[in-house]
Design a protein around this ligand. Structure first.
Ligand SMILES: [Fe+2]
Length: 284
């Protein structure tokens, strides 16, 4: 693995300071500097240390795509803008953490969150990748592995380039769609509904054969993150989820992801094969 041809991608720190610290430590262990790291947004959500988490990522210099939670806090909006159905469990549960975060985030942090770009373009191994939060059409579209391919293709068409690095949905996956890529590195702020407390990031490396995209699990001090949520007075549903690895509501999940609830995810890699050089036509 060549260091300067390797990127570390992650999403959703969600105010989880302990997970963010663990991720930065892992990046250091892997020898990946902040200018080879990218976050797909939502620095603040369910967990207990929004202020410290924003500061840590901002000071690190990591590239950050603005998520809906960042956009809403930046605008001093009234809710997280996650796109949950009104009166759903997700909407009710998000009201508590949003109100807490909204009460503690500093004005300078709000201005910085509001300044985050909605799209960051990366070139890795000759591939053009658009990093966004939701879809090409909406910052809060939930795009999962089980989301119909047509929806992903429409975003890929609209964004141009060779692939998308997405966020928002909270579950890691990699799909190749007719030679184009949809990759979600997962989130570090909340487990992946797989029945374990681990959180997820990815390593994308340029190799001779193409881009190697590896989903990696991150164990961290989830008990410390739970303690911070308790101190902040946040409700217990998402606090319990940090340990059980099970989401308190499955409302947003397609059937495929819902059926995989509680099934531990395994670390896996996908090779996105290098393009073959065009063959010269024989002389006539
Ligand atoms: Fe989001």
């Amino acid at each position: 693995m060549t260091r300067d041809r390797t990127w570390l991608l992650f999403g959703g720190p969600y105010g989880n300071l302990q997970a963010t610290q663990a991720l930065l430590a892992e990046a250091g262990r892997l020898g990946i500097p902040p200018d080879r790291m990218l976050c797909t947004g939502d620095l603040v959500a369910y967990c207990g240390n929004p202020v410290e988490t924003i500061d840590l990522i901002r000071e690190s210099g990591i590239a950050v795509v603005g998520g809906n939670c960042d956009e809403q806090l930046g605008a001093s909006a009234s809710d997280c803008g996650c796109g949950f159905e009104p009166d759903s469990a997700c909407a009710r549960l998000s009201a508590a953490w949003y109100a807490f975060a909204d009460s503690v985030v500093r004005p300078d942090q709000r201005r910085w969150l509001a300044s985050l770009p909605g799209r960051i373009d990366l070139q890795i191994g000759g591939r053009s990748l658009a990093a966004i939060h939701g879809s090409a059409h909406s910052i809060n579209s939930f795009i999962f592995a089980g989301t119909p391919e047509g929806e992903k293709r429409r975003s890929l068409d609209a964004l141009g380039g060779d692939g998308v690095i997405g966020g928002h949905s909270g579950l890691p996956f990699t799909q190749l769609l007719g030679g184009r890529l949809w990759h979600n590195p997962g989130v570090i702020g909340m487990p992946a509904n797989d029945g374990t407390p681990r959180v997820w990031f990815s390593i994308v490396s340029e190799t001779e054969a193409g881009l190697a995209i590896a989903h990696r699990a991150l164990p961290y001090d989830h008990e410390g993150a739970q303690a911070a949520m308790r101190s902040a007075g946040l409700p217990e549903s998402y606090r319990k989820a940090l340990a059980t690895g099970l989401w308190p509501s499955l409302d947003v999940l397609p059937d495929r992801e819902r059926a995989e609830t509680g099934r531990p995810i395994t670390e896996a890699s996908t090779l996105w094969p290098a393009r073959q050089p065009a063959r010269a036509l024989p002389a006539v």
